[in-house]
Design a binder for this molecule. Sequence first.
Ligand code: ADP
Ligand code: 5GP
Length: 204
Amino acid sequence: MGNDSGLLLVLSGPSGVGKGTVCKALRQYMPELVYSVSATTRKPREGEVDGVNYFFKSKEEFQHMIQNDELLEWAEYVGNYYGTPRKFVEETLASGRDVVLEIEVQGALQVKEKFPQGTFLFLAPPDLSELHNRIVGRGTETEESIRNRMEMAKVEIELMEKYDYVVVNDVVESACERIKSIVTAEHLKKDRQIHKYRKMIKEV
Ligand code: ADP
Ligand code: 5GP
């Protein structure tokens, strides 16, 4: 990838922290970003549209995508497979636009292995009791699943170490504001700027 390619922004964090909520708000707040559409074997929820929310696939189709190396990363999460189609991400980055992946932690770490130049954002809860309240408040989980997710969250928070930035999701708008600041700063990094000036100097 050249200096003019877009940023790969990986937004991840524990279940219930608000990844989906922040990403939805970010679509309004930063419409200039391109949001990757994942493939999944989970069934569509009411109102979800194939190709918009996800590419809904059978297990066989998903396996086929893995075998053909069509996925940048993939993970099994609560009994379903989720993965990021590689071609779209690569083409969009090459066209100079920034791409957002909203993915769970295992997938984010795979992207980090394959694409270390990405920008890794860990969405963190203000504290663990608030994380618990959010998982309960969403009303989608059984008691056992809530306990599992809280245990998993402790392990995932330790993995914060591998990320570039921690974005606290206290208030959704504040989290979006923080992400916007990060994107601005990443674009201003010397390595992304210097080649333009070198080119100018050569041309005078
Ligand atoms: P994730 O995608 O990380 O699993 P969700 O986006 O589904 O998390 O959010 C989990 C729950 O927390 C939802 O009920 C959502 O409305 C709520 N939530 C998300 N962000 C906030 C916030 N900043 N303040 C209060 N509640 C939030
Ligand atoms: P949901 O089923 O609620 O839409 O998503 C469940 C989890 O899968 C969320 O944590 C979401 O971030 C994650 N996810 C969505 N798409 C992908 C993907 O392409 N790869 C990975 N690894 N996780 C994903």
